[in-house]
Design a protein around this ligand. Structure first.
Ligand code: DCP
Ligand code: MG
Ligand code: MN
Length: 354
């Protein structure tokens, strides 16, 4: 069931063409757009090509490889390099790549990065100085201030220490809380990009969680303020906004409350007790594993997301994203039952990797 990624005979060529494709992706013209499509097609063709390419004629005979790309392929084979990459690596791309590494700008907000560039900004210092009178949101400002920390990964031991402190604070507020660390930490990785925490609580009087939502919301807000008071949370990036929703999510920065510690990213997710298994499964990942298990669910006529495993979901055939019928949750309390219904043999978190 694992996706096999075998090394292919033309891997070095694929790498170079990918590099070039990424550069074209960062540019805005129609020409660049068509080049991206062309390179993507060519890369797919090369992945499926069984032999090492030996000649120009062989390269241009492959379906999906055009005349110009065939010449590039020969250049890579002969010199190990592709001069076009350096040519396309222009100043605007260098700058906007840095800008898109800012939390709150992100890879989807290329427009913001381009706007700053157009206003004369080239470096993070230019952004800090608001060169060209650019506007920066408060979240982006935090992203700039802690750029290096946010883009670094933390050692596993540090994630463990921070989580232990958070857990202590949470249990001090309410000993019935269920608090678990998810993400790369739970998968056993040696370093983590952030700390992903699941928070929930069993309900005591048989009522559904939704009836208790106000208590629960207050609990999260109390936890956040006690974490701030203990100097564990340092900056908020996004607070839960929709308190009528069954899911509350918090994003922020934290650190070990000691001299010289670095800022780390932390995500806290609150879900109803009945949905903890589905949330745990989703936020433990990794994303490739999630895609595979979701696909398996779809093949069996189910639908899986972070809230649960659903039966009877009906989608609009014209746009699969639209649900005509919500369906009903048939499993969500534990990861085990979701695996079981899907007929997937149990996989420990550390096995859920590509
Ligand atoms: N996730 C997903 N698809 C996304 C984002 C997240 O399936 N687009 C799931 C899988 C991830 C989990 O959520 O493993 C947590 O997201 P993170 O971004 O925190 O990723 P990891 O914890 O796996 O890695 P990192 O160490 O970089 O934080
Ligand atoms: Mg993570
Ligand atoms: Mn995360």
């Amino acid at each position: 069931k694992e996706v096999q990624r075998t090394e292919c005979a033309n891997q070095d060529i694929i790498h170079k063409l990918q590099e070039l494709m990424e550069l074209h992706k960062s540019k805005a013209s129609d020409d660049d757009h068509w080049r991206v499509i062309g390179y993507a097609k060519c890369i797919r063709a090369l992945r499926n090509y069984p032999r090492r390419i030996k000649s120009l004629n062989e390269a241009r005979a492959i379906r999906g490889v055009g005349e110009k790309t065939a010449l590039k392929i020969m250049e890579i084979i002969k010199t190990g390099d592709l001069r076009r990459i350096e040519y396309e690596r222009t100043e605007d791309i260098e700058a906007t790549t840095i800008f898109q590494g800012i939390y709150g700008v992100g890879m989807s907000c290329r427009q913001i990065a381009l706007m700053w560039y157009a206003n004369g900004c080239r470096t993070l210092d230019d952004i800090k100085a608001r060169k060209g009178g650019i506007k920066v949101s408060s979240v982006q400002d935090i992203g700039i201030q802690f750029y290096d920390d946010i883009n670094a990964r933390m050692p596993r031991a540090e994630a463990q220490q921070i989580f232990t402190l958070v857990k202590q604070q949470a249990l001090a507020l309410d000993p019935r809380l269920f608090i678990e660390i998810m993400g790369s930490f739970r998968r056993g990785k040696a370093d983590c990009g952030d700390i992903d925490i699941l928070l929930t609580r069993p309900v005591d009087d048989g009522k559904t969680h939704s009836g208790k939502l106000n208590d629960f919301t207050r609990l999260l807000l109390n936890l956040l303020s006690s974490l701030h008071a203990a100097d564990i949370l340092t900056e908020d990036l996004s607070l839960p906004d929709d308190f009528s929703s069954l899911e509350l999510s918090y994003r922020g920065l934290c650190h070990l409350p000691e001299e010289g510690s670095r800022r780390r990213r932390i995500d806290i997710l609150c879900v109803p007790w009945e949905r903890r298994g589905a949330a745990l499964l989703y936020f433990t990942g990794d994303d490739i594993f999630n895609r595979a298990i979701r696909l398996k669910a779809n093949v069996l006529g189910y639908s899986l997301n972070q809230r649960g495993l659903y039966h009877g979901v009906v989608r609009d055939p014209r746009d699969r994203r639209i649900k005509v019928c919500e369906g009903t949750i048939i499993a969500s309390e534990t990861e085990e039952e979701i695996f079981k219904i899907l007929g997937v043999p149990w996989q420990e978190p550390h096995e859920r990797v590509r």
